[in-house]
Design a protein around this ligand. Structure first.
Ligand code: C2O
Length: 350
């Protein structure tokens, strides 16, 4: 309701460029949207996310079952655990549904990007797990940083299954290799060259261009800051290119005759409607852990306004929680850790 469909990922840099100049009016953390009866989250389960290309049939069946049960919950539009409701949570934090101090609350293109999506996945995963009575259920991660993961994970490409989405670029099918650096332009090159370029992009965004926290996480965003002060390295590339690559081509026709604004993955308002969104963000989240292991000054921010910023989510029992950035810095303390995977980009210094 009231969604601005023109808020296409592709156009944001240009549209909001001027906002970078806005001075900080106040120094304060971003508060959670004002909602009653929130409490703090406690951590219990221990999921162990695996790379999407490596999971087995049994896991895929479980994941599909959990997602189809989540889709069934859409019958009650008031159930916050429903598939569409969950997609709307993302939409609400990026299309101006929440207002803070008269301004749109926006979790993209600032230092809130990593912590918001971590908490979002955390609750999404708990809901899926509870729908199949498996508290250890873990979302897979789409490890596009490894040549084995540089295409749409095949489990998402089964028409009719609950983790399929018809609103994708037909190009992403048939194992096409993704170009992690592209905002929509296609370059003619061999698959091998694209994979090599991708590893170089990863090296740049994780190592060369992100030697210190603000460059990695994104620009400060406090109470009073204009939305979208500036994205961190990984949010820019490859996070946004993966969205654009997966969604329908801008300006093409959707199945209902509408003109495409990149749906579903290529637009904030609809991205959560493609189940692969959560798998994509699993890997974005994993990059946060990987980055801290590289060393040097690669640590979490210590600014209080970042640490004390808050979000609001519903859990698997429909209870609301108010959570803080400071409580999501260590994924192990949140109860999960990523199955190890080689990171060949570490050797791809351009
Ligand atoms: Cu909230 Cu990948 O976007």
């Amino acid at each position: 309701e009231g969604v601005d469909r023109r808020n296409v990922l592709l156009g944001l840099g240009g549209l909001y460029g001027a906002a970078n100049l806005a001075p900080l009016a106040t120094a304060a953390p971003i508060p959670a949207p004002d909602l009653k009866s929130c409490s703090r989250a406690t951590i219990t389960n221990a999921p162990y996310p695996s790379p999407a290309h490596a999971v087995d049939e049994e896991y895929i069946a479980k994941y599909n079952l959990a997602t189809s049960r989540m889709r069934e919950l859409d019958k009650d539009p008031k159930d916050p655990r429903g598939f569409k409701q969950q997609a709307n949570v993302h939409c609400a934090y990026c299309n101006g549904a929440y207002k803070i101090d008269g301004k749109e609350l926006q979790v993209h293109e600032s230092w809130l990007f990593f912590p918001f999506h971590r908490w979002y996945l955390y609750f999404y995963e708990r809901i899926l797990g509870s729908l199949i009575d498996d508290p250890t259920f873990a979302l897979p991660y789409w490890n596009w940083d490894n040549p084995k993961g540089m295409r749409l994970p095949p489990m998402f490409d089964v028409p009719g299954s609950s983790i399929y989405d018809a609103r994708r670029n037909p190009h992403v099918r048939c194992g096409t290799i993704i170009d992690l650096g592209s905002y929509g332009n296609e370059t003619k090159t061999t698959e091998l060259q694209t994979m090599t370029n991708n590893l170089t992009h990863m090296y740049r965004q994780m190592i060369t261009n992100a030697p210190c926290p603000l460059l990695f996480f994104g620009k400060p965003y406090r109470l009073g800051t204009a939305p979208k002060p500036g994205a961190g390295t990984i949010e820019n590339i490859p996070h946004t290119p993966v969205h654009i690559w997966t969604g329908t081509v801008l300006g093409s026709k959707l199945e209902n005759g509408d003109t495409s604004f990149g749906e579903n993955m290529g637009n904030f308002y609809s991205a959560g409607l493609d189940p692969v969104f959560y798998c994509h963000h699993g890997n974005v989240d994993r990059m946060w852990n990987e980055w801290k292991q590289i060393g040097g000054k690669r640590r979490d921010l210590t600014d209080k306004d970042w640490l004390n910023s808050e979000f609001f989510f519903y859990d698997e029992n429909r209870n609301p929680w108010r959570v803080r950035v400071r409580d999501c810095l260590d994924s192990k303390k949140m109860g999960y850790d990523y199955a190890p995977m080689p990171t060949p980009w570490r050797n791809y210094k351009p």
